[in-house]
Design a protein. Sequence first.
Length: 244
Amino acid sequence: MDAKIHIADMHCHILPGVDDGSRNMEQTISMLQIAYDEGVRLIIATPHYHIGRMMVTADEMDAAVKQLEPVIREKFPGLELFTGQEIYYYSDAMEAVNSHKAMTMAGSQYILMEYSVDESFEIICSSVYEAVTNGYAPILAHIERYICLADRSDRVEQLIDSGAFMQVNAGSVAGKSGRTIQKYIKKLLKKKMIHFVSSDAHSDGSRAPRFEEAVNALTKYCETDYCMDLLWNNAGRIINNEEI
């Protein structure tokens, strides 16, 4: 991978000990080292907000970031860390965002939404409409997982037209989720229906923040400008609360 390529990872579970991602500071530092060596220079940490399971608070995130800041300054120069949240959709999800129980991405209008793998297309459409009418720009996390969107680029296009943005996992781009999903993602990329490629990292092992294979695939599938949007520019637009 070209060492000059800088990558923004806008979906990862790298904060120590807050959800089902990094277990502790030691693992977080190991994950940061992997990401840094891969070219990651901007991270939006996205711990879960999942009713009844993991409802990480803003205070917990702030405490973790405060703990990490001196480590990043010392070991990872030039790396910027922001916080957001991966919000598992439920009927009162927008109320949770409006009341600041669930966090937007880096304080912007963007929110990262997750669904059950077997959620209906109608519910996903309804949730996008609800988010947009509440003034948010919903990003759908790892869309390659949802059965209702499998090989249905028409449905992805409908969601985009409704105001949603699409994120896929770097591992899936690289073929780690199987050839069928990889081919589908390639089809969406060729139609420019993906907006973010992120790690969704949870550890320094099998779910580490690795990008090299995905970047190699992207350079074959996509023009340079689009690759940079996927890997860097669009995440910057989140940070600056700009339109994508």
